[in-house]
Design a binder for this molecule. Structure first.
Ligand code: TYM
Length: 332
């Protein structure tokens, strides 16, 4: 609780251009909490360096991710928007929580296994301990609710275990957070390979729709999306490509599967794909327009970062001091 409100925390890595997976699974939902909760939304640059980044691109994407938060409806007056590396308490608590996270637990993380396969020449210690830094992000703010896509569920469960372990050893210190995983959009799949998650680090540009893609690109990518040899628009076991397109259409239009099936009765995949592309492009157009306005104003974005970091650091300090005292550190 913070000033009588429950707390929401979430983060996005500025490690690539953001996709409609990031949008539908996470960012789109963020603003729904702004009134009822005290919300912290972070650009997690410390996490991004677990994979090699080009410095100029990391810097640019950090601004862009913040601008997208605002463009997607997050008012900086109502939400604390900030950059992780601007609040040193994240790295500090991250280290402390490393000492309460087991090697075995980290070894079981599927994201670690995936990423070490993809970056076989750089399986660094940060990639391994990534989840305890993520736990620190969440636990620093006594977070009640964490809106994320389903790929973060395992990390979130580990954060809950770490909180419970620490509380058990040192008496109540951390709120044990709950996840908020949206029914529709929790796992948007690749358009080229619909059994794999749509990912900002995918090398195949046609597999991924970016939030900032222009309308022509969006329509072209949906047109090329892999479906199957059938022609019926129906949600069914094994029709991964069509199911994914139906999920995307549901998420952008709010329609149900039954409504979609009725809408495309007797029409082929071509019409359907076009409609999904249109719905996506129409929803993203105002977000893109606002993004373009904001990204031109670096001074404004920096002022948001500065204020956000100040307010986040104030809250984070309280938890960090509590942890330091409990661990037996000398505090001056
Ligand atoms: P990241 O940057 O990979 O993704 C940001 C958010 O987007 C969601 N997401 C998806 N949702 C649906 N379909 C997809 N294809 C898809 N791809 C990504 C993710 O679930 C996430 O919610 N570890 C986190 C960042 C993080 C964090 C945190 C999140 C660091 N600390 C604390 C919450 C709380 C990550 O890598 O997200």
């Amino acid at each position: 609780m913070l000033n009588g409100k429950k707390v929401v925390f979430s983060g996005v890595q500025p490690s690539g251009n953001l996709t409609i997976g990031n949008y539908l699974g996470a960012i789109k939902n963020f603003s729904t909490f702004s009134e009822e909760y005290h919300c912290f939304y972070c650009v997690v640059d410390l996490h991004a360096i677990t994979v090699r980044q080009v410095p100029a691109e990391l810097r640019r994407r950090t601004y862009e991710t913040l601008a997208l938060y605002i463009a997607a409806g997050l008012d900086p007056q109502k939400n604390t928007l900030f950059v992780q590396s601007h609040v040193p308490a994240h790295a500090e608590l991250g280290w402390m929580l490393d000492c309460f996270t087991m090697f075995g637990e980290l070894s079981r993380m599927t994201q670690f296994k995936d990423k070490s396969q993809k970056n076989a020449d750089n399986i660094n210690a940060g990639l391994f301990t990534y989840p305890s830094l993520m736990a620190a992000d969440i636990l620093l703010y006594q977070t009640d609710l964490v809106p994320v896509g389903i790929d973060q569920k395992q990390h979130l469960e580990l954060a809950r275990d770490i909180a419970g372990r620490f509380n058990g050893l040192y008496s109540d210190t951390f709120t044990v957070p709950e996840g908020y995983i949206p029914q529709t959009g929790m796992k948007i799949m690749s358009l080229a390979e619909p059994t794999a998650k749509m990912s900002k680090s995918d090398k195949n540009q046609n597999a991924v729709v970016y939030i900032l893609d222009n309308k022509d690109d969006i329509l072209r990518k949906f047109k090329r999306a892999v479906t199957d040899s059938g022609s019926e628009v129906r949600y069914a076991e094994g029709k991964d490509g069509v199911n994914n397109l139906m999920t995307i259409y549901r998420a952008f239009t709010g329609k149900s599967n039954e409504e979609i099936e009725r809408e495309f009765e007797g029409r082929g995949y071509g019409d359907f794909k076009m409609a999904v592309g249109e719905a996506c492009a129409d929803t993203l157009a105002p977000v893109q327009a606002e993004f373009n306005r904001l990204i031109a104003d670096k001074a404004y974005l920096e002022s948001v970062m500065r204020e956000g970091a100040q307010s986040a650091a104030y809250c984070a300090r309280k938890t960090l001091s509590k942890v330091q005292r409990k661990l037996g550190f000398v505090t001056l």
